[in-house]
Design a protein around this ligand. Sequence first.
Ligand SMILES: [Zn+2]
Length: 284
Amino acid sequence: MSALALPLVRALIDLDTPARLSEDLLARCAADPASRAIAVNRRGELALAAPTSIIAPLAGRTPLAYLGRHADAPLVLLDATEGNDVRNLREIGLDLPGDQAALAAVAVALRQWQADAHCVACGHESELIHSGWVFRCPACGAERYPRTDPCIIVAVTDDADRLLLARAAHFAYPRASVLAGYVEPGESLEAAVVREVFEEAGVHVHDVTYRGSQPWPFPHSLMCAFTARTSGMPTPVIDGEEIVEAAFYTRDEVRTRIAEGTLQLPSGISVASALVTDWLEESA
Ligand SMILES: [Zn+2]
């Protein structure tokens, strides 16, 4: 089984986390002429520095968070301003170099988390500490850390090696994808796969196999990719509310339907795209 080609985790990045605890780190970054920045607005949109780059000189501006060291210089998060040419990570993720795509996911997730400074305990405006990675409330002392919601996404195949594709109610026809859903409290990733597939398609799965993970900072999910098998050639049972269409397809059927315009597969930086592409190319 080959590794999934996940666009936002093409490169491993080092966020230099121990350095965050230094109280004057952001001030030192601001004073360092070598410092560089990724600018993101509160909606999570990235400022372009060049057509395929989001890293620009910090130029003395005030950083929001420390993102580690990149190309031997400090890298920080910055607030994008009105004049910036901003793009969604979904649009530009594939065009960025691998390390920048991975850093962009961190910057987009962190900036959106920082956008709400209210203390969850008392409602007071909190202050950022740990170089932008923790909120502390000056009124009650409560601390708040960035959160990440785990989601599972799964390519289910039957005994004929057909792939289960479903159209969610919010998908425009003819778009379809593999099944996905949030992990519930107290649930393992594997149990979430089994539950989601049965809930959404009425299909029992086994051989749940982990294939990789990718951050999905829209605004704070972590997509955990799996493959799973079902026995026989079952007919999916859908609720008609959340999922409006679901069926198993052979590779030939998928290609024919795409050519006819009766099926549109996920694309871009999504894990769904990586899973479907992986299945399509498996026996190509
Ligand atoms: Zn508080």
